[in-house]
Design a protein around this ligand. Sequence first.
Ligand SMILES: [Zn+2]
Length: 170
Amino acid sequence: MLKLHPSLPALPLKPSAWDWLHRYGVTVVVHDPNSTRGGGYWHPDRRLVELFTAQEEAAIHELAHAWWHERRLLGRNAAELMVACVNLSEERDPRYARAAELANHYVYGITSQSDPQSPTGWWMGMLVGSSGGYDWEVFAGLASGVMGNLALLPPYIRRFYEGLFDESRE
Ligand SMILES: [Zn+2]
């Protein structure tokens, strides 16, 4: 666990990952350290992680975006993550139930969740919906969905996160 900003709780990032992000030029701002309501943005043009509050989940999510921003372009990483997400949606091992449920939503969408951008009126997910092809949201969504805990991800998807998150989370 790593304390990388005075307003944030310790995060499950590897020290080497934070070193890399730092060298890459990533800075973190936290607008309201007294709130944990969440929300934030990754601004690639400024290499800025902007966090509205000190919420751990949002910090993990936006830092994951920063980490994946260029790694998605290495080899076939972006497509391989999407294939792994489809595999994860079929995962039946109860240890990975939370991640599998998220992957199911990313692949098939959520029929009960309305989406005015969508031709069906419901959110069609991140493969074929109006947010289709969003491997970067799959990456950051799974990261914050398991709060950076690699033990909650099966090996075929854990591999994408191994450089970023610490194996010994506690
Ligand atoms: Zn995001």
